[in-house]
Structure formats: structure tokens, C-alpha cells
Design a protein around this ligand. Sequence first.
Ligand code: SF4
Length: 187
Amino acid sequence: EFAEISLRDIDDIAKSSFPMCMRHLFEKLREEHHLKHGGRMQLGLFLKGVGLKLDDALAFWKAEFSRKVGAERFDKEYSYSIRHNYGREGKRTDYTPYSCQKIISSTPGVGDHHGCPYRHFSEENLTAALSRMGVNSRAVGDVMNKVRNKHYQLACTLTFEAVHGSSCDSGINHPNQYFSDSQIIMK
Ligand code: SF4
């Protein structure tokens, strides 16, 4: 478990330590001020896992969604499910963040931004996303080879290694593991 992350630092932390699946959702949320249900679940539970407290989570989602649907509609339609994810509503289950396996086997539809980019992006979009993360062209080639062989988590592991200039012997099997391994290197 990590110490609380503060809302002030969240954009920097997203850039330095989020795996591509979460970076993509984060950027789309900032851009479109909205995410569909699958994206809200995947990113919301991840953020909970990295240590975003409930009050900060509500403030974070509200700041974006208010710009699209208004604050009132956010409070009415969206805040419940965020509290629900934190076990404060309904059956009060403390929901856990999704693993890579679960994300890779999801089936995002049109307009959805959840899923695993290594599995669900076109080659063109994936290559562009890798360059934006600062992965050099030789490493991009290695990543794309893994993707063509359907080794998505290995592709993500190679990306981690390229971005951090450091090996990741355990491999990536959970987005929150990617995050915590990254934070150890960044600190
Ligand atoms: Fe996210 Fe896992 Fe896919 Fe990496 S392999 S992008 S952590 S779902």
C-alpha cells in the first residue's frame, strides 16, 4: 500500500508512473471530461489502489464531469458509483482494482476507452502512443513483436523497461504493480 497521492500531483504521476491503459483513460478524461462506465470502473478502481482517498476521488471526477454534464447531474448520477467503488454504498464491498488479465479480456465498444492498449489499439495508434511515452524506435519494434504474438503483458513489461531504463524481472501482471514498481524507481 502506498501513501496517499495528492490531487495536485496527479498529472505528473500519471505521466511518470501510470501504465498505458491508465494513461489513456486519464488523458481521455482530461480531454473529453467524461468516460463511459467501463472506463470509470477501470480507472476509478486503479486510482483507489494507488492511494487516492474517497474525498479526493469525488473532487477529481467532479472537476471533469461538471464541465460536461454539470455539477448537479454529477452529484445525482455519478457520485454514487464512486462511493460504491470505495465500499460506501450498497453491499459495502471493498472492490479491488482490475488485473491485466481482466482488462485484456474485456471487450471495449465504440466510444469506450477502457481495455488494454496492447490488445485493443490498432498498430498505428499503439505505435503513436508508445512514442508519446518516450519509447525509442528500436524498443517500439520489440514491443510490436510481442503484440503480434499476443504477448500483451510482455509488451507492457518491455515498455516499462524502456521508459524507466531499468529491468522488470517479475513482468507486469497488474496495473497497480506497474505503478508501484515505477514509484520505487522514481523515488
Ligand atoms: Fe494495463 Fe496490464 Fe495492459 Fe499494461 S498489460 S497496459 S498494465 S492492462
